[in-house]
Design a protein around this ligand. Sequence first.
Ligand code: HEM
Length: 263
Amino acid sequence: VLHIQQENCESLAAMDSEKKTQTTSEQMTDRDLSEQIKKVTKDSHVRAENTELMLSFQKGKVTLPQYKLLLCSLYEVYQALEEEMDRNSNHPSVAPIYFPSELARLEAIKKDLEYFYGQDWREKIVVPAATKRYCHRLRQIGKENPEFLVAHAYTRYLGDLSGGQVLGRIAQKSMGLKGSEGLSFFAFPGVSSPNLFKQLYRSRMNSVELTEEERNGVLEEAVRAFELNIQVFDGLQMLLSVTENEPQTCSTHSTSVNTRQIP
Ligand code: HEM
């Protein structure tokens, strides 16, 4: 309890000024999981940012079909991630980073899917094979190595709280959506300051006790988590190029290339 109070005090103090925010992050050391995980996934982050799907977002050119397919995959991924987090919520490596009311995305994604696909959205979910692989990995580590869940939670939730915030506004503009309908995924009503929350999350990550072997496993899993995300993005982009080319029966260059590349 004392530990939590101290953290909350730190967060409140950090809220007082930007300077304090900087000081708190500067206090991190090379041994901190939050620093190590950021370092080992740096290159993967660049690769994730440079996938066709993420580039579409950044250029303000994300299309409705792209976004709808992304939501389908996110639905499967967060269902697996959040089920495993819930089931392991008392595990010592999960409990400190378990923030369901602040972070859980599944209900928001369901709302968005219903908005775009209608009441029977469940029957319309389409995902590439890569999404199944990602979910399989999540369920496997939930059962066999719950201490690795932190790597997956970090990759998704801290990403959603970082670039995700900007991407939400871009998506709205790109697709000409009115208001926030269809964009619940990007909204975190339980998080008033994403930056302060990220700070709290990092300090919770750093409080997880891990053996050297477990720590290395977590770092490796984080790189894998990014890789799985990249494969999902590439996979759904591939699905899109096939459906775009559907009316064409003759084998244009792109049709033949895409057909060959379906994972
Ligand atoms: C952090 C941008 C895609 C995972 C960040 C930050 C930015 C950013 C600006 C904050 C960096 C900082 O605080 O130092 C973007 C953009 C993306 C993108 C523009 C694509 C359009 C992704 C994807 C993932 C991801 C696809 C993972 C699936 C993360 C994580 C962090 C992060 C985990 C937290 C890093 C840390 O502080 O340890 N991103 N991102 N990002 N992003 Fe992304």
